[in-house]
Design a protein around this ligand. Structure first.
Ligand code: ATP
Ligand code: MG
Length: 451
């Protein structure tokens, strides 16, 4: 992509109301634009990152056996009356009336609707287990929308819902989602720690939140140091093996890891002082097992092997891809800008032409751009006639993993410069070596983060 053809409306300075670094950087890098309190447009660079996050979430949901659907954003109030949540949900729910004066709402979550879909089609235990998910916009009229897309009113959520015949298989379904979350965040290039959680208005008895540690996080976090460096199961993990999956979850939940809401000071004192990590964290995922809380009032029943109808056992599993984009920035940036994890970077390489209009430099850039694209690398070619300083600053700001810098002086000796955004290391090498480094990186990256 040539920068001159792209839409990258960067800002010199972030507006003063942007309090945290991810919000400032997302505005400055032209990723989002606010349209109303807590409501944002996603501009090309931001959208590209969010789509990559979504795709990783999707692949890991599919791998764990979940099946994608798409439910609407607008729901009928009647469904929510069946579960009793229409009155309970309070002001966070955006209530709407259609032209026939029928009460509708913009969905804050989808337990009721998915339960309705389930009860319309599924009658027998033979059709279970079943896990349906979608990736759809939600609306919650948060009291205090803030921090950009971190706590928006309209935000994207992946929400999955599991259906099982009994408690034991429902727990197994919960554990599969737990493991898929470990894999998802690992592929997103970030450590997200599962922590015992309160179930809140969703209800139920088994729940974990996944938190990314960051100074600006809204939750206070207490965890054992060894939670920060555990090995995550590989892509070959066997989701059909319930015992194996339960073992992974047991291992991951054996150490102390809780947010302030669930913190237990007595248990905390049992953790050796040197191992105690007390920090701030951002909730990026939340999973619940709630049994028959919705199936019972809504009459979602299935016939068991003995022919008797029982209410289906359920769980729900959320991740917020829009919040994840901001959380990744909180976890990975420096004074100059964003440092994207390779798996979600909007581009792989910033190709910087130091002397736009110089025949040899332009030709070298065009060749490199074409070659790198042929190798499957996504390149943003800065072909503008901005000054070199401005081009470097832009490349640092948008934080793509590599900068390939091409100028007339280097070219005379057959050299270009390759800079790694994360480490800051620079190297003067031949065009061919640069291509090789980048191609090898791409292959390694796929192996490490790929599907
Ligand atoms: P929080 O405690 O941060 O308000 P929640 O517990 O209400 O979140 P859940 O119902 O568990 O949120 O939603 C699942 C996921 O959706 C969260 O883990 C988060 O990633 C995302 N999410 C929830 N609320 C918001 C929001 N206002 N803005 C952006 N993402 C959100
Ligand atoms: Mg939550």
């Amino acid at each position: 992509m040539r920068l001159s053809d792209y839409f990258l409306p960067t800002l010199k300075e972030a507006p003063r109301e942007a309090e945290i670094v991810s919000h400032r950087l997302m505005l400055r890098a032209g990723m989002i634009k606010q349209q109303a309190a807590g409501i944002y447009s996603w501009l090309p660079l931001g959208l590209k990152v969010m789509r990559k996050v979504e795709q990783i979430v999707r692949e890991e949901q599919n791998r764990a056996g979940a099946v994608e659907v798409l439910m609407p954003t607008i729901q009928s109030a009647d469904l929510w009356r069946e579960s009793g949540r229409y009155d309970d949900y309070g002001k966070e729910m955006l209530r709407i009336e259609d032209r026939h004066e029928r009460p509708m709402l913009f969905g804050p979550t989808n337990e009721e609707m998915i339960t309705d879909i389930f009860r319309s089609y599924v009658r027998s235990y033979k059709d279970l287990p079943l896990n349906l998910y979608h990736i759809q916009w939600k609306f919650r009229d948060e009291v205090r929308p803030r921090f950009g897309v971190m706590r928006g009113r309209e935000f994207l959520m992946k929400d999955a819902y599991s259906f099982d015949i009994d408690e034991a298989s429902s727990r197994a379904a919960y554990y599969r989602m737990f493991v898929s979350y470990l894999r998802t965040f690992d592929r997103l290039g970030v450590t997200a720690i599962p922590m015992r959680a309160d179930t809140g208005p969703i209800g139920g008895d088994l729940s974990h939140e996944f938190l990314i540690l960051a100074d600006t996080g809204e939750s206070e976090v207490f965890c054992h140091a060894n939670m920060l460096s555990r090995a995550v199961p590989g892509s070959d993990v066997d989701y059909s093996n319930d015992a194996l999956i339960a073992g992974i979850v047991e291992d991951w939940t054996s150490g102390y890891a809780r947010t302030d809401e669930m913190h237990d000071n007595e248990l905390w004192q049992e953790v050796a002082e040197d191992d105690r990590v007390q920090a701030r964290g951002i909730e990026v995922g939340h999973i619940f097992h709630f049994g028959t809380k919705y199936s019972e009032p809504m009459g979602a029943k299935v016939a068991g092997p003995d022919g008797k109808d029982v209410p289906v056992q359920m769980g729900s599993y959320g991740i917020g891809p829009s919040r994840v984009v901001a959380a990744l920035i909180e976890a990975s940036h420096d004074d100059a800008g964003i440092i994207w994890p390779a798996s979600v970077a909007p581009f792989d390489v910033s190709l910087i032409n130091l002397r736009q209009g110089d025949e040899a430099t332009d030709a070298a850039c065009v060749t490199l751009h074409g070659d790198l694209m042929t190798s499957g690398l996504d390149v943003l070619y800065d072909d503008t006639d901005n000054r070199a300083g401005g081009k470097f600053a832009l490349a640092d700001l948008i934080g793509v993993p590599w900068q390939l810098i091409v100028g007339p002086r280097g070219l005379k000796e057959g050299k270009v410069e390759l800079k790694n955004r994360a480490s800051g290391e620079r190297e003067e090498i031949s065009m061919e070596s640069a291509r090789n480094v980048l191609e090898t990186w791409r292959v390694d990256m796929r192996a490490r983060y790929g599907g």
